[in-house]
Each structure stands twice: as C-alpha cells, then as structure tokens.
Ligand binder design. Structure first.
Ligand SMILES: *Cc1c(COP(=O)(O)O)cnc(C)c1O
Length: 471
C-alpha cells in the first residue's frame, strides 16, 4: 500500500458520523425552521460528497474534515431553503412577473382565502341545504362583470383552452390564423395544446397577413370552431392584416360555428390612459364571441385561474365534461377570485387591487418614493445610489411593448453580481433589476407594506457586499 493510499484510508476513517454532525448543528439558530429529517439528509449528502472527494484523491487534512462537512451541510440547506416559498420584494418593475407569482392579491382576497380555509360552502346552497355547483357565485359575478350569459372557472387559461377545444372540437378541425400560432412562454405552444386537446389544427393565412376569405375557404364539414388567439407577448407591425373580431363573429354565425376568443391577459378595465390598448373581455363578449377565455392572474389581478365566459349551452357542456373534474379550481382560489371580481365591480373598490394601483402610480409618486428610500439609507462613500428615470413593463406574457414611465434607484460602484445575489439571500429577499452591470431598484412594483423591509434589506446588503469586496 502506498503512503498516499494509507493517508487516504486515514482520511476516510476520520469522516464524522451523521450523529456527530447533528450535535454540532443543533446550536445553530438558522436550523430551527428546517425539519430534522431534511437536516439529516443534508448531512448525509455532505459526508458523501466529502468521501467522494477523498476517493478522487483530494487531500483533506483530517482536522479540517468536521468544519468542511459542516460548511457543506449549511450550503446544501441554504440552497434547498432558497426553494421554500416566502414573501419576496419585487423591485424588478415587472408587474406580472411569472417567477414571482404574477399578480399580488388584494387584502380583501387574502382575507377571503383565510375565511374559506376551514369548512366552507363551496358546494352547498345554504338557502335550501342542497348540493350546489362549485363556483356558482363567482360565475354569477363574472357574468355581471363581463356581460356574458354564463361562466366557468378552471385551473388556468391553458386549462381553459384545453377544455374549450376538447369540448367543442374533439376529433374535428379548428381554424386558426398562422399569425396567431403563439408560444406564450414556459413551453406553452398553441399547436401542441391543440393536439393535446384532441383537435385538428387548420391553419390559414400567413404569418403577417390573414384575410377573412382565408377563413371562409377553410370552413368544411369537418370544422368545429374558429379560434382567435391574442398575440399576448409580442406585437406585429408593418405589412400586416387580419379580420376584425366582428367579421369573424359574423362568419362563424353564418356557418353556425362557435367563435372562441382566447384573450389570455383578461383586461376588464380601460387602460388606454396608460397607453395600454389590450383587448377587453367585455368587448369580446359584446362582439358576439361564443366563448371568451382569460387568466385570473394577469390583468384581472387575482389568483391563478382560467376563466371562460360566454354562451350558456357551451359552458354547460364544458361543466359536464370529464376533463372538468381534473381542471376545476380549488375552494381557496374561488374565494380569492370572488373577492377580486367583486372589487372590479365598482369604481371605488377597483383601486384596492394592487395590480391596478401599481399600474396607475404616477412618475411623480415614484420619484417621491425613491427620495424617501434614498433619504433613509446610509451609503458608504465608495457606493453611489442615484434616482434615475426608467420605463417599466407589465410582463407575465401580456401587454407587449407596454412602457410605464417612472423612477428607480440605481446602485453603482459595487460588484453587481455579488450585490444582487446578497439581496436575494436576505431574510426578506429583494429581486432587483440588473441593467448595464448595475442594480436598479424599481419602486413601481414594491408594495406599500414592504417599504421598511426594503430599506433595511438594501442597507444590510450594501454593507455585506462592501465588506466582502474589501476582504
Ligand atoms: C397567458 C396566456 C395563456 C395561458 O394562461 P395561463 O393562465 O398562464 O395558463 C393562454 N393564452 C393566451 C392568449 C395567453 O396570453
């Protein structure tokens, strides 16, 4: 046996047991929230990693082994802890940030989730004591809001598209413009949804130009529906054309076909004052779309949900579909959606929806917010924090090209990658915007109750980053 081999053997024998590491760790404050089984699993992994390194021939002084394993354990726990869901301060300026859970809920919606968490009459009519239809109340309210005859709520808009296509057109053709065969993001691609729903895609027109006559000549005995899909996350300009919704509705009616309008973003409030011209749900219903589809957590500003409004006969058929049971929304979602829709129903309460409040924050307000935040910061001389004008976007695969002017804090003179990482790893994590190698703190998406935490976290992260850079 070589000397190196015996050293290697010595190191392997010196590896601590899981129990020994557990005893060292129990003192650590940070571990109090972590379940014991997860700590043990991380220790086991850390010891395995160390054993592997030694076997590969790395020299590790036996005296340093306990410390190395401890460090590796803490690193593994931190990495896994980073996945645990917790509140995050969104300082990216992207209002519907899919990685951050899209729309923040109104307080009222959160209260209603709490109220419904125990037993609740989700499928019970308290008037007569009989079983009722899940979501009946929120569907009533959705009809009131959109002017539709009937409504149904499912898990998300992708589920709504699946359910609508499958119910109306399984085994048959649905006509769609080539200019609307979109990928929404996260791998949601319309042609794949068609095949998953068991329908046959009948593409018409070209990427940039589709005429009414293209739809007309595609209608056959195999046609089950015409679908219009909102190009949610990109714009087309230049040499482009497509028929207006009213023209498609007329064609569909002439041929006794349903027209499905997949809007996605689900705008129910006129946002033209902000330069945002998203198609509105009410307009789609009024124009005569048989079914209009949209998300609950985009511009509606509610929980994740897929909403279908339209003709009662189609909605009833969807509710009886076996798919419905797999796609139906949970009682907590229905409670939050009820509250969200109720807030939309009156001009006074609409402002209580955080998404709308954030959209309408003026540049002047944001500049004052920046001043307030900067004033409370104690910034070291080497670091520079300035107030800069910026432009925010709505995001979340909606409102392409939206540009909301405002102000942000720009932090420079500090290693950008370190700073943004340290910001993310604070007890109240802050997601900032990185641009031109600098960290930008956008105020538009910071919620009112998060301001004190934001100031504290910024202060702490600047201090830690500067200390790290100096060492
Ligand atoms: C966003 C979007 C979807 C998917 O909605 P989810 O609620 O995210 O499932 C479907 N269609 C369109 C047009 C969209 O914009």
């Amino acid at each position: 046996m070589s000397i190196a081999g015996s050293e290697n053997h010595e190191m392997l024998r010196s590896l601590p047991s899981v129990d020994e590491v557990v005893r060292q760790l129990t003192l650590s404050q940070a571990l109090q929230e972590t379940p014991r089984a997860a700590v043990i699993e991380a220790i086991r992994q850390a010891i395995d990693d160390c054993r592997q390194k030694i076997r590969e021939g790395q020299a590790v002084p036996t005296t340093q082994l306990p410390e190395l394993i401890l460090q590796r354990t803490m690193q593994l726990l931190r990495e896994r802890g980073g996945q645990r869901q917790r509140p995050v301060i969104n300082a990216t300026g992207i209002l519907l940030h899919t990685n951050l859970g899209r729309a923040p809920l109104a307080d009222h919606a959160v209260d209603r989730i709490r109220e419904s968490a125990g037993y609740t009459n989700v499928e019970l009519d308290l008037e007569n004591g009989r079983r009722s239809e899940r979501g009946a109340h929120v569907c009533d309210r959705l009809c009131l809001l959109t002017g539709a005859e009937a409504a149904v709520v499912v898990n998300n808009c992708a589920a709504a598209t699946m359910l609508a296509l499958n119910t109306l057109a399984a085994g048959r053709e649905v006509i769609v413009s080539r200019g609307q065969l979109v990928e929404i993001g996260g791998g949601y691609r319309l042609p794949e949804v068609f095949s998953a729903a068991g329908t046959i895609l009948r593409e018409v027109g070209t990427t940039n130009r589709t005429y009414l006559k293209d739809y007309q000549s595609a209608v056959s005995d195999d046609t089950a529906a015409i679908i219009r899909v909102h190009r949610s996350n990109f714009c087309q300009s230049g040499f482009v054309t497509e028929p207006a919704l009213a023209e498609l509705v007329q064609l569909a009616q002439e041929r006794s076909l349903p027209l499905i309008d997949d809007l996605g973003s689900g705008c129910v409030t006129d946002l033209s004052a902000l330069g945002i011209s998203e198609p509105m749900v009410q307009a789609s219903v009024a124009a005569g779309a048989e079914l209009t589809l949209f998300s609950g957590d985009k511009l509606l500003g509610g929980p994740q949900a897929g909403i279908i409004v339209g003709r009662s006969t189609w909605i009833q058929r969807m509710k009886r579909s076996p798919m419905m049971r797999a796609l139906r929304a949970d009682k907590l979602i229905l409670a939050a959606l009820e509250a969200t829709v109720e807030l939309h129903l009156s001009e006074q309460t609409r402002k209580k929806l955080p998404l709308l409040a954030m959209l309408f924050r003026s540049a002047e307000e944001l500049r004052r917010d920046c001043e307030g935040l900067l004033h409370g910061l104690d910034v070291p001389e080497s670091v520079s924090v300035s107030i800069e004008s910026t432009v925010c976007e709505v995001g979340g695969g909606s409102v392409p090209g939206s540009a909301l002017p405002g102000f942000a804090l720009r932090v420079s003179g500090i290693p950008c990658d370190d700073f943004s990482r340290i910001l993310r790893r604070q007890p109240v994590p802050v997601m900032a915007r990185i641009q031109q190698g600098q960290v930008w703190i956008e105020m538009r998406t910071v919620m009112d109750h998060q301001r004190a935490d934001l100031r504290h976290t910024l202060q702490e992260a600047i201090r830690q980053t500067v200390t790290k850079a100096e060492s």
